[in-house]
Design a protein around this ligand. Structure first.
Ligand code: ZN
Length: 68
């Protein structure tokens, strides 16, 4: 599968379904950060998103309204 033309990024999804709003460009970087901030006994999965990511879209709208 050719994925060169689309930009992918990663989020951490915590146990229980909450999605971390931070983005990582590689799965390895997301894994590394997750290991630093995960709570004892908590689990997570690294999920890959394309350009239509709803989480990042929501952040962009908020940032624009703040007049950054
Ligand atoms: Zn995203």
């Amino acid at each position: 599968m050719d994925r060169k033309n689309e930009t992918f990024h990663h989020h951490i999804r915590w146990q229980g379904g909450a999605l971390n709003w931070e983005t990582w460009s590689t799965r390895a970087a997301a894994e590394y950060s997750a290991r630093q901030i995960v709570r004892p006994g908590e689990t997570y999965v690294i999920e890959e998103f394309g350009e239509a990511c709803m989480t990042c879209g929501a952040i962009r709208v908020k940032t624009a309204r703040a007049g950054k």
